[in-house]
Ligand binder design. Structure first.
Ligand code: HEM
Length: 566
């Protein structure tokens, strides 16, 4: 070694390049390393073969180090994977144990097998289903800083053009801006100003039920939709063939179908969005393109209509006019037209079909449970004595109607799997490892059918909300808030929804007896109590009959026609 011992050389090298020294072996000669200008060590007696041997030793040392790091990482990952929550055996391709329809029912059964927190792995995507109020509360409420985002939804947001919906935006400044603007206009204190709008549309519903009882689904939908379009755009929906409703319904039917994250493969494999529409198997792209035309029209068309009416001076004051006026005068920093347009459109997208599902649950429940209907009518008759229609001022005196509304929201929740979240950091809960990016599904149906809190949960029983002492014992609240979500993403339209459902229930039961339809032989038709398997679940079509409870009731319905128009 030319008179220099290994320690000296090593320290010389360390001076220039500590990283290299780390790999040196004392039993091998030290040589200059041509590619590293920092290592300047003379070793005159060395041959090219010696150099090669040293290079390969260094290479081996680096390789060994890299392999050690990878092995450590692998062991760490294995250990973490061993701490994933339990769940059905799934491979990278998912599993045939995964339910294809009404997933919430299967997930609720899994609670018995796997517990509150169930892990599924589908096409490389980790999903956790939360089956209990405790687990959801611990994560979505107490750790809301990392559980308030939404999963990336390639089909809905990117391909179908619904990126204006703040309900599916990731948690962050853009979402916050949208939500704050929505909240400014749709909050509990604003309710008295929206009561006249709700009341008027519910009266239209009464008349429609009298004229054409078989059109129940259509009338209920029209009523819920007209309330939100009046509030957002000052637009009352035409009885039939309203252009806005037609276009919005096309868009929303797409959203309903693609809304449960993972319904389309492209949610799991976002790169599929790049495949051309003409390729075999790319039917989803064509379908998404059609829905996109509708989602963009739904966003732009009514907004343009309001601007035109404002220019002509015929616009009815509403959310859009108020904000456009504000935008034109003062508040240009915090407002822009795109923001106003997005927020105006979400009221219909998020508010119409949800409210109508709960309304339809009410019609189904009172058809199937006549004793519930009779009890509500006793209360109504006691308070308003059949001489007039109920108003919002009667609410405090009609507690059973409240209970009936809560039970509609619980019995078959409108969003049985809530709206999926994603966790934005690795987390640990009850000793389980929850990887960053996991899609979190709150099983709202399971929570609202937990026998410990709601005994005999499949039965429609408003009385479960009536007894204060029993409620305390069981730990239940009204309203059943889980129906509206959790934490920072809790539904901001819940006040409007509850008011709408409440006055619908009170008004319909004040004037009509709702009974089962009969077939051609005069036999009662037992309604199907099954619900659709969609993200927004609603009763499957059923028939019922609306009979005025008295001549006065029929007259009260007729008189609603004389109310002033907007
Ligand atoms: C019975 C009627 C309704 C039900 C059951 C319902 C339910 C829900 C649920 C479960 C969520 C997701 C919450 C979460 O992620 O934890 C949600 C979000 C939302 N709802 Fe509702 N909703 C109803 C009516 C309405 C109405 C009438 C409006 C508007 C006028 C509305 C506007 C929204 C919006 C904007 C969001 C998104 C919130 C966010 O992501 O920050 N909802 N709703």
């Amino acid at each position: 070694m030319s008179g220099r011992n290994i320690t000296e050389m090593s320290s010389t090298i360390q001076t220039f390049s500590p990283r290299v020294t780390f790999f040196l072996r004392p039993d091998l000669p030290l040589v200059p390393w041509p590619s590293s200008p920092l290592v300047v060590v003379s070793a005159p007696n060395m041959t090219p073969f010696d150099n090669l041997a040293t290079l390969s030793n260094m290479f081996l040392a680096v390789l060994a180090f890299v392999l050690a790091v990878l092995a450590a990482k692998y062991v760490y990952a294995l250990r973490r994977r061993a701490r994933l929550p339990p769940g059905p055996k799934t491979s990278w391709f998912g599993s045939n144990q995964l339910p294809k329809s009404h997933q919430w029912l299967t997930y609720a059964q899994w609670r018995r097998t796997y517990g509150d927190i169930v892990y599924i792995y589908v096409f490389g995507n980790p999903i956790i289903v939360l089956n209990s109020a405790d687990a959801i509360n611990d994560l979505f409420e107490k750790r809301s800083a990392i559980y308030s985002s939404r999963p990336m939804r390639t089909m809905v947001n990117e391909l179908m053009g619904f990126n204006w919906l703040f309900s599916s935006m990731p948690y962050g400044p853009r979402w916050r801006k949208h939500r704050a603007l929505f909240h400014q206009h749709f909050h509990v204190e604003s309710l008295p100003t929206v009561h006249p709008v709700i009341l008027k549309e519910v009266h239209v519903l009464l008349r429609n039920l009298s004229d054409n009882p078989d059109g129940l689904f259509h009338h209920a939908r029209r009523s819920a939709a007209s309330i939100v379009t009046m509030l957002s755009y000052g637009h009352q929906i035409a009885p039939e063939g309203d252009d806005y409703v037609t276009i919005a319904d096309t868009a929303l039917s797409g959203l309903g179908k693609a809304g449960i994250w993972g319904t389309y493969l492209v949610d799991y494999f976002p790169f599929l969005k790049h495949i051309p529409m003409w390729m075999p198997g790319a039917g989803f792209k064509k379908q998404a393109w059609e829905w996109k035309q509708a989602s963009q029209a739904m966003l732009n068309m009514p907004f343009k209509m309001v601007k035109e009416r404002m220019a002509k001076g015929t616009a009815i004051p509403c959310f859009t006019t108020t904000l456009l006026e504000q935008f034109a005068t003062t508040d240009r920093d915090s407002l822009d037209e795109e923001l106003i347009k997005d927020v105006a459109a979400i009221a219909y997208a998020a508010g119409a079909d949800t409210t109508v599902s709960a309304m339809l649950s009410f019609f189904l429940a009172v058809t199937v449970y006549p004793e519930v209907q009779a009890k509500a009518q006793v209360e109504l008759d006691r308070v308003i004595s059949r001489s007039r229609l109920p108003t919002f001022e009667d609410r405090a005196d009609l507690p059973y109607i409240d209970c009936l509304v809560w039970e509609c929201l619980r019995w078959n929740p409108v969003t049985p799997l809530g709206l999926a979240r994603t966790v934005t950091e690795d987390d640990e809960y009850r000793g389980y490892y929850i990887p960053k990016g996991t899609t979190m599904m709150p099983n709202v149906w399971a929570i609202l059918h937990d026998e410990a809190m709601y005994p005999d949960p499949l039965r429609f029983n408003p009385d479960r909300f009536a007894d204060e002492k029993r409620k305390k014992e069981l730990g239940i609240n009204e309203p059943p808030l889980a129906a509206f979500g959790f934490g920072r993403r809790l539904c901001p339209g819940r006040w409007l929804a509850v008011e709408t459902i409440w006055i619908t229930v009170a008004t319909v039961l004040a004037v009509y007896k709702v009974t089962k339809a009969r077939d051609e032989n005069g036999c009662e038709i037992q309604p199907d109590t099954e619900y659709t398997p969609t993200m927004l679940s609603r009763p499957k079509p059923f028939r019922c009959v609306f009979t005025p409870r008295s001549d006065i009731a029929a007259e009260l319905v007729r008189q609603t026609d004389e109310e002033n128009n907007y």
